[in-house]
Design a protein around this ligand. Structure first.
Ligand SMILES: [Zn+2]
Ligand SMILES: [Zn+2]
Length: 283
């Protein structure tokens, strides 16, 4: 089996919240005939991260290692991880890239800390994600959007979309991940969100930041990738470039649903597909 996009850049490994080692991920990508694999573990730094409603779930699930309270902590995690990737890159003929999936935050020290981390770690590319928002003085995970009333849920979702727009406007990221993430908990699928989505897509287009089509969602209750066809149509109309991400948390998930997602993208009018080089250079 060969996948039509011969690279994958959004993947996770053991030690963070993935289930396989980098070596196992590389082996699977090679088996699929890919030319490049990038490993992009979570880079999530917030001083209040352990106080969120969601944190105990992460501890129970055994993946709290993806959260850091300080930049020193996250740098200490990524240094040996990137050293391991460098070693693998020397061993295989395949391109092995060092990425990160970064939660963009707006507390005052975040930007300074992030830029310091970039100087030390020198990632090959940075994916922008937003698994959290700061709302009403508290940090909330997207999963927490459902643990509240309708009014607060709508306000949170409104803030989520605005935050994505501001993240794109920084032009710090290679591309935007899973744009309509809240739909994983069933939030935001109604047509009344089109206006808000449209404004964010406008900001993304203006910043010239590409987006990914993330095939990690496809499930019976929501049989589509991130983002939805209606957002893909906006991306097509605004000429926003796209790439495909499997968001693999296990080797068996590499390249999942790529062909299906490609067919969907084409049917939505998307025609600007990024090469691997262009994805890595897009920052
Ligand atoms: Zn993510
Ligand atoms: Zn991911």
């Amino acid at each position: 089996m060969k996948t039509f996009q011969d690279f994958t850049l959004h993947t996770h490994t053991i030690g963070f919240d993935g289930r396989n080692t980098p070596a196992e991920m590389v082996a699977r990508a090679r088996e699929l005939g890919m030319t490049t694999i990038g490993i992009s573990n979570h880079f999530i730094v917030h001083p209040d991260i352990t106080k969120t409603m969601f944190y105990p779930h992460a501890v129970r699930g055994g993946y709290d290692a993806i959260y850091s309270s300080s930049f020193d902590e996250v740098i200490a995690k990524f240094k040996p991880h990137y050293a391991e990737l460098n070693k693998l890159a020397d061993k295989y003929e395949m391109n092995i890239l060092r990425g990160m999936e970064v939660d963009f935050f707006e507390y005052p020290e975040w930007r300074i800390g992030f830029e310091r981390a970039l100087k030390i770690l020198k990632p090959d590319y940075i994916i922008c994600a937003s698994h959290f928002i700061e709302y009403d003085g508290m940090l909330r995970n997207v999963h927490d959007f459902v643990n509240t009333d309708m009014i607060n849920r709508d306000k949170m979702l409104g803030q989520y979309w605005k935050k994505l727009a501001r993240a794109a406007e920084t032009c710090m990221f290679n591309w935007m991940a899973h744009l309509d993430l809240p739909k994983k908990v069933g939030v935001g699928r109604e047509n009344r969100w089109i206006g808000r989505e449209h404004e964010t897509m406008q900001a993304i287009a203006k910043s010239k930041t590409p987006i990914e089509i993330n095939t990690g969602l496809y499930r019976p209750a929501c049989d589509e990738p991130y983002p939805s066809p209606r957002i893909l149509k906006m991306a097509a109309a605004k000429n926003i470039p796209v790439l495909f991400s499997d968001d693999a948390h296990a080797a068996a998930q590499i390249g999942r649903h790529f062909t299906r997602a490609y067919d969907l993208a084409k049917s939505c009018g998307v025609s600007k597909f990024l090469s691997c080089d262009a994805a890595v250079r897009s920052r």
